[in-house]
Design a protein around this ligand. Structure first.
Ligand SMILES: *Cc1c(COP(=O)(O)O)cnc(C)c1O
Length: 471
């Protein structure tokens, strides 16, 4: 095709097709290796520093060589996170359609802060936001933001909350900041995720403003205690509830929490990093009953939806407060107003950013509603099979009620628990992480990957049986 510009066309070979095709080969080889390579990285820190380090070259290096060298040098330091036997933290894999769309995102290189910078990126976010609201049972008129992860989603939702609760007492926080403002109280459960505190800290709300509400044995906020806290003063208040505790998978009773908050003027924010996805499953959505009654929600696409890192989402039931907390204008920008196309910058804390909507769109479209439900239900079934299988591992005790995809277990004492975990990880058969529960060491398993199969669970259980037998 001829260029439509004034005659100057790019020289032949300007598009490095060979480089991109070779890169795709390297990528496919990596994905093909996941079933047989050790899950853990094999290189030590020193080895990686020597493989990847050295001075910055003075002159240019051929791009093909850069990519091939990088892939070769990084290889032994890569963890097989997209493998079906990676059970650490709460991670997730990459759905093929999402990974491919993520590649295109880099090639297209759109900056979706403004409609004018990338109309397609902008509309894809608009469409995907609506799909998500419907899929997860959130209000369809809720505003939303595509952000880096759940912590940034907390930052977004809680900034809207801060605006809203202070506005209600006549304080314009965007104009006046927090110095001299009426105090804000934040009621949080004792087993909240640390990212909530961190997001609050970035918003100028420090530890001294937190009121920690006790939780029950599974980590669920005790609603009668929350009611007591809410009964007190007229202080601007934010309540943070949780759908999916990071160790046990416990869900706060969101309907009860929403009842407690109703009529108090407090803002209810929900950390649903991975747990909110159960709303897509008819069999499991009872766990988040009442979730639609919250004021803001934070969750991840890079965990259970299996979109590649990084990808988080913030939703807000009060678009005016959300926008007031986030928007910015400058003379050189091209921005719409009411009735105009959606400018994502009005809703996100970022200015320039990656067009994250494409990969989320591709993940949702490739799975469909049924596929998201299957992914969630299948992960939970694998977690239950794993927990049941642990009964035949000598000395092992499961610590949580396996409500979703998280299993928490330990062996006779801390030393044995840590030693068995280390053996399993060193075997390369599976990767799990440890934690401390009630002052004692434990191992946590999270099934969050579309690729995890029955065979992966069998192999992980065998690895634990072997490690326990060797002790
Ligand atoms: C992972 C997680 C977070 C933090 O999410 P990021 O995407 O890492 O910022 C917050 N809350 C819970 C419950 C989580 O599991």
């Amino acid at each position: 095709m001829e260029a439509h510009t004034s005659g100057a066309s790019r020289p032949p070979g300007a598009v490095p097709a060979e480089l991109f095709v070779r890169t795709a080969e390297i990528a496919v080889k990596w994905l093909d290796s996941l079933d047989h390579r050790p899950v853990a990285a094999s290189a030590t820190l020193d080895e990686l520093r020597s493989r990847l380090g050295g001075p910055l070259p003075v002159g240019p290096v051929d791009p093909m060589m850069v990519v091939e060298d990088l892939a070769r040098a990084a290889e032994p330091g890569l963890v097989a996170m997209p493998s079906g036997r990676y059970f650490g933290f709460v991670i997730g894999g990459g759905l093929p359609a999402a990974v491919a769309a993520d590649w295109l995102t880099s090639v297209w290189d759109q900056c979706p802060g403004f409609y004018a910078c990338g109309p397609a990126a902008s509309v894809v976010e608009e469409v995907t936001g609506t799909w998500l609201a419907v899929l997860l049972g959130l209000p369809v008129e809720a505003s939303f933001a595509f952000v880096t992860g759940c912590q940034t989603a907390h930052l977004t939702g809680l900034a809207a909350a801060r605006h809203h609760v202070l506005d209600a007492v006549g304080w314009d926080v965007e104009e006046l900041g927090l110095s001299g403002s009426p105090p804000i109280r934040v009621l949080v459960g004792a087993r909240r995720h640390v990212s909530v505190d961190r997001a609050l800290r970035f918003l100028g709300i420090g530890r001294a403003s937190l009121r920690v509400v006790p939780v029950d044995g599974s980590g669920r906020i005790q609603v009668p205690r929350l009611r007591q806290e809410l009964a007190g003063t007229g202080t601007p208040t934010i309540v943070c509830a949780q759908a999916g505790e990071v160790n046990s998978g416990a869900f706060d009773d969101l309907d009860d929490v929403a009842d407690a908050v109703a009529g108090t003027g407090a803002w209810l924010h929900v950390d649903g990093a991975y747990g909110l996805w159960v709303a897509a499953s008819p069999a499991l959505r009872h766990l988040v009953r009442g979730v639609e009654r919250a004021d803001s929600w934070a969750f991840d696409a890079h965990k259970w939806l299996n979109v590649p890192y990084d990808s988080g989402l913030a939703f807000c039931a009060h678009p005016a407060s959300h926008r007031a907390a986030m928007t910015a204008t400058a003379e050189y920008l091209v921005q719409g107003g009411p009735g105009q196309p959606r400018d994502a910058m009005d809703w996100t804390p970022a200015f320039s950013r990656r067009a994250r909507g494409f990969a989320v769109y591709a993940a949702l479209r490739s799975l469909g509603q049924q596929g998201v439900a299957d992914l969630v239900e299948r992960s939970c079934a694998h977690a239950r099979t794993f927990a049941d299988g642990l009964a035949s591992v000598p000395g092992c005790a499961v610590l949580n009620e396996v409500v979703v995809n998280q299993v928490l277990f330990r062996f006779a004492d801390d030393r044995t628990t840590d030693a068995i975990l280390r053996r399993v990880v060193d075997s390369g058969e599976a990767w799990l992480s440890g934690t401390t529960v009630d002052g004692r060491r434990a191992i946590r398993l999270s099934v969050t990957n579309w690729q995890t199969s029955d065979n992966d669970i069998t192999r992980a259980l065998d690895a634990f049986r072997t490690a326990a037998a060797e002790m």
